[in-house]
Design a binder for this molecule. Structure first.
Ligand code: VGL
Ligand code: ZN
Length: 231
């Protein structure tokens, strides 16, 4: 008689590389994150691992995007410091205050391109986000409006259709698109991991709030060795 096989917990990990684009990196990026280019060797190491699903995302904005300071009137149009209240275009009672940025990742420009040294040959899907000029979209899943959501990237469908259980996230920027993508991945029901060394923040001082949020929602931080990191 054969032994009963013990039940196995399904495990299908996806690697999601967030916004490793020219505009988020020195030397020429309009919204360059310090050290942004330096994480590419680590990300290429991750891309060489046998994740069954590998995805890269791109921030991808039209020139008239609401998050560009240049599209707003003085004096409240200073990149990095001004903010703007956006109404949900589908439900004007829902509003969100959002920071304004230099023009970045404009569709069709060099700034929107993935870094040439990133090993995109390993990636099955490139997911673009932020094309709707009316809404900010840090998360690679959807804009921040929930009543209803205005723009979805298709990332959730790709991951669910593939039967993914766990999402591993790296890329730029640690305190914006990586963070919002990780929080939304938990909301989509995935066990979510951020590979801390393979990210860089716009504002290092903001990371303590990011780590608090990860603690609250259940995102785990790990090193390249997959060991847990405590903050
Ligand atoms: C991002 C600011 C504006 C990011 C995108 O990828 O983190 N940050 N748009
Ligand atoms: Zn953006």
């Amino acid at each position: 008689m054969s032994e009963a096989t013990p039940p196995t917990t399904p495990f299908k990990p996806a690697l999601v590389i967030v916004d490793v684009q020219e505009d988020f990196c020195p030397p020429t990026g309009s919204l360059a994150v310090a050290g942004g280019r330096d994480i590419v060797p680590l990300i290429n190491e991750l891309l060489a691992l046998p994740f069954p699903v590998k995805i890269a995302t791109k921030d991808f904005h039209p020139q008239d995007h609401v998050s560009f300071a240049s599209n707003h009137k003085p004096p409240n149009n200073k990149p990095f410091t001004s903010s703007f209240v956006i109404q949900n275009p589908l439900n004007k009672t829902e509003t969100i205050e959002t920071e304004l940025w230099p023009d970045h990742c404009v569709i069709g420009t060099k700034g929107a391109e993935l870094l040439p040294e990133l090993d995109v040959s390993k990636v099955q899907h490139i997911v673009e986000k932020g094309q709707d000029k009316r809404v900010e979209m840090y998360s690679a899943f959807a804009d921040p409006f929930r009543n209803p959501t205005v723009s979805k990237s298709g990332l959730a469908k790709i991951l669910h259709d593939a039967g993914v259980t766990d999402v591993y996230i790296a890329g730029l920027a640690a305190d914006y698109c990586v963070k919002f993508t990780a929080v939304d991945a938990v909301g989509e029901g995935f066990k979510t991991w951020v590979i801390e060394e393979a990210t860089k923040p716009v504002d290092p001082a903001a990371m303590k709030w990011v780590w608090q949020e990860y603690e609250r929602v259940g995102v785990d931080l790990i090193g390249m060795d997959h060991n847990a990191i405590q903050k």
